[in-house]
Design a protein around this ligand. Structure first.
Ligand code: NAD
Length: 329
């Protein structure tokens, strides 16, 4: 079976080639992202494999259908970049990797909190330059702080468990409450109460119409001055312009993001020798209390193993006409 894998990086090729030895699919690795301008590369393939910043809008899906693509295997959990209605209308099945390692993302969220708070990235640079001063490196104890978790699915739940270990009070908001988390001492509250009481807010809900720009001028106004906001979920949960305003006014004290609304033009590329035509990211980069990572929360050996093997099993099930356990549409 011929599969075109888009947005391929050396590590994707390494993991897929290693585990494909047992499946023997015919993979072609395209570095380019998939979008309506590159969709014609899918000619001659039966299935495609895509990642977070491939743009599977109606136009792209129309070209995929014309090229006889039967399966879109998304090698991530989120599928907000796929027009599911369009895929369904064209009879193209969409499968995903629902949970490859919730702990990987939860642990990265905690890494962002600890780095922003204790400024280890700055201490590292200072000491390499012979600067052993502690001036301005002061942090705060996590112990007894209130942490608000928005979305307590697989990643949010893993995050709750870790952060409770620091002795934090954990408030949560989700459409569904988890009895297990309640038993572990997590308190579900209204969104308003979570915004009002939290010292740190970590976002773990998916991006959809209800959650787009959930962090905006109005929600920020309800928060404590100096709040820390962590987003390892999807960039558009945050209204970037309004968050920048709140950083300028010292309302938001710390911002840690692994995802960014306009990341598709930046993340996963080495642009160090280019002029970056994105004023928001340049502005965010200028704040000392902002920490940005380029959508790397998933990037552990364990997660890459799960991504490769689950995707290969998804494709195998499709090829054999078996039930698609991880089908989205
Ligand atoms: P999940 O489906 O297990 O959990 C999502 C939770 O959000 C569910 O409990 C759901 O009820 C809740 N939710 C949905 N709508 C909500 C709303 N309006 N308000 C509050 N809660 C709501 O998903 P997950 O595996 O925990 O992943 C969460 C998100 O993390 C994904 O959607 C994806 O965008 C992101 N993610 C990021 C990375 C990364 O590398 N940075 C990797 C994987 C996933």
């Amino acid at each position: 079976m011929k599969i075109a894998l888009f947005s391929s990086k050396p590590y994707d090729q390494e993991y897929f080639e290693k585990y494909n030895r047992d499946y023997k699919f015919d993979f072609t690795f395209f570095e380019t992202p998939l979008n309506q301008h590159t969709a014609n590369l899918t000619k001659g393939f039966e299935a495609i494999c895509t990642f977070v910043n491939d743009k599977l809008d109606a136009k792209t899906i129309e070209i995929l259908a014309k090229n006889d693509i039967k399966l879109i295997a998304v090698r991530c959990a989120g599928f907000n970049n796929v027009d599911l209605e369009a895929a369904k209308a064209k009879g193209i099945k969409v499968v995903r990797v629902p949970a490859y390692s919730p702990e990987a993302i939860a642990e990265h969220a905690v890494a962002l909190i600890l780095t922003l708070n204790r400024k280890t990235h700055k201490a590292y640079n200072r000491i390499r330059e012979g600067n052993f001063s502690l001036n301005k490196l002061i942090g705060f104890n996590l112990n007894k702080k209130t942490v608000g978790v928005l979305g307590t699915g697989k990643i949010g739940a893993a995050f709750c468990e870790i952060i409770k270990g620091f002795g934090c009070e954990v408030l949560a908001y989700d459409l569904y409450k988890s009895d297990e988390l309640i038993a572990e001492g997590v308190t579900y509250v209204s969104l308003e109460e979570l915004f009002k009481r939290s010292d740190i807010i970590s976002l773990h809900c998916p991006l959809n119409e209800a959650t787009r720009h959930i962090i905006n001028e109005d929600s920020i106004a309800q928060m404590k001055t100096g709040v820390m906001i962590i987003n390892t979920s999807r960039g558009a949960l945050i209204d970037t312009a309004q968050v920048i305003d709140a950083l300028s006014q010292d309302k938001i004290g710390y911002l840690g993001i692994d995802v960014y609304e306009q990341e598709e033009n930046l993340f996963y590329e080495d642009l160090s020798e280019s002029v970056i035509h994105d004023d928001f990211i340049m502005r965010l980069n200028s704040y000392p209390n902002v920490l940005i990572t380029a959508h790397q929360a998933f990037f552990t050996k364990e997660a890459m193993f799960e991504i490769a093997t689950t995707t290969l099993n998804n494709i195998k099930a499709f090829k054999n006409g078996e039930k698609l356990l991880n089908q989205v549409v």
